[in-house]
Design a protein around this ligand. Structure first.
Ligand SMILES: Cc1cc2nc3c(=O)[nH]c(=O)nc-3n(C[C@H](O)[C@H](O)[C@H](O)COP(=O)(O)OP(=O)(O)OC[C@H]3O[C@@H](n4cnc5c(N)ncnc54)[C@H](O)[C@@H]3O)c2cc1C
Length: 415
């Protein structure tokens, strides 16, 4: 089934145009070839001809995306991107995510895309020339190295990796894990503790530093097995790694703020992605109920299954409206922090429920590699941990709400 994306009366002409153009490319150029493009997902045996055809198709899609002016939608025009504003990008993410993996064909590949945005904002001209431009051109790969096995990722202020100044160099020591893209990366942006000796608040002690993969002392220990498969999320030891002070990203002590910049907007985009994938799971589920006969009738006639459809519809609409509300606040420069935490808890859980029902309706095929549902289910579950686990965001919501009430104000119903 192709996705049905019609103009929305309340959106600007430009946002509707972006949604429509993206949907056309996904519908025409990606969905009919999805099995070929993503065959590796189902361990399909590919012939040399299939591999060549998939490569040519990817190249063709990238050309179509560039011609449509939608390449690298997260980047400013001066860096070869589409230069979309925040809302345009949020709405585009929903449409793009309908086809699993389509973002990569539009030039958005995590963690490179997040690193690109951070380098655009915090990088010096020399850093941009050395790291950002080749990263955008696809000549370099990168990773973001923050989480550690020996300190809670949900409390970044507890990180132990240190960077010590020695003359014109930073000397980095630490143990990281779950650094995505770790095996392919040519450089890492490493979150380090730099300001213990200077005092300052806990957030102000962190600095991000660019570390080339081939610097002596960078030891990629392993790709961690995730959901039973060896992954590219890597465990890395940084052992007396020396890099020039010029590799410091942003000012000393700005690391926590840079991470928040990366994650705040990123959480809204991830939620819009999840909603696009929920629509896909929903379409797959409803379509199946209309053709599969069990016990003398189509699945769509069974009330249990009608309940799945109704509950999934409500989950998607609630998740979508919450996320759009949050995105609109962000775009209007209102404080979106409570809402970002709210969607970060609600949307992955709703996504998990919707995919779970779609899997149930499809029976055994639902967990097979023939459909994208099993991968979505794992993705949804993982999202409840990554970018801050549920509990941390629930605490933040309660803290923000309570502080208003303690200040003599209730929560503004319209806000
Ligand atoms: C597939 C994948 C890719 C990732 N990619 C990257 C990457 O590229 N770079 C990177 O740096 N990191 C990455 N991560 C790591 C991710 O950001 C962390 O896993 C996440 O921040 C949680 O940290 P943690 O695993 O150390 O859990 P912990 O901080 O140890 O927390 C464990 C659990 O404790 C509970 N908890 C935490 N705080 C509280 C509280 N205050 N009250 C009650 N309960 C609480 C929560 O249930 C939480 O799940 C990735 C993770 C995954 C799974």
């Amino acid at each position: 089934m192709l996705m049905n994306v019609q103009p929305i009366a309340t959106l600007s002409e430009r946002v509707n145009e972006i949604r429509s153009l993206t949907a056309q490319i996904v519908n025409r150029e990606i969905l009919p070839y999805e099995n070929l493009l993503w065959a590796a997902r189902s361990n399909a045996r590919l012939t040399a001809d299939d591999i060549a055809e998939a490569r040519d198709r990817r190249e063709h899609i990238r050309t179509v995306v560039r011609q449509a002016g939608l390449w690298a939608p997260h980047l400013p025009v001066e860096y070869g991107g589409a230069g979309l504003d925040f809302l345009e990008l949020a709405y585009m993410n929903e449409v793009l995510a309908y086809a699993v993996g389509a973002a990569a064909l539009f030039g958005v590949v995590a963690p490179n895309s997040g690193n690109q945005s951070i380098l655009v904002k915090y990088g010096t001209e020399a850093q941009k020339a050395q790291w950002l431009v080749p990263l955008i051109e696809g000549k370099l790969e990168s990773g973001f190295s923050m989480t550690e096995p020996d300190a809670a990722g949900s409390d970044p202020r507890s990180l132990r990796t240190t960077a010590r100044r020695d003359g014109d160099e930073w000397v980095i020591n630490g143990h990281k894990w779950f650094t995505s893209n770790g095996k392919r990366a040519d450089f890492f942006i490493v979150m380090c503790r730099t300001e213990d000796a200077d005092g300052g608040d806990a957030n102000g002690r962190m600095t991000q530093i660019i570390v080339p993969r081939d610097a002596p002392g960078v030891n990629i220990v392993r790709g961690i097995t995730v959901w039973g498969v060896e992954s590219d999320h890597c465990e890395i030891i940084y052992d007396d790694v020396r890099v020039p002070v010029e590799n410091q990203l942003g000012s000393r002590g700005s690391g926590h703020q840079a991470a928040q910049d990366r994650l705040g907007a990123g959480r809204i985009y991830h939620c819009m992605n999840s909603i696009g994938q929920m629509w896909r799971a929903f379409d797959l589920m409803v379509e199946r109920t209309m053709v599969r006969e069990v016990h003398g009738g189509l699945l769509e006639t069974k009330q249990f299954v009608q309940g799945f459809i109704a509950d999934s519809y409500m989950d998607i609409q609630a998740a979508r409206l919450m996320t759009i509300h949050c995105a609109e606040k962000m775009a209007a420069d209102l404080d979106p922090r409570t809402d970002i935490s709210a969607i970060k808890v609600f949307v992955p859980a709703a996504y998990e429920r919707v995919v779970d029902r779609a899997i149930q309706v499809w029976g055994a095929a639902g967990v097979s590699g023939d459909l994208p549902l099993a991968g979505m289910y794992q993705g949804a579950r993982t999202l409840r941990l990554a970018d801050g686990p549920d509990e941390v965001h629930r605490i933040l919501i309660a803290k923000n709400v309570l502080s208003r009430y303690h200040g003599g104000l209730g929560w503004d119903f319209g806000n």
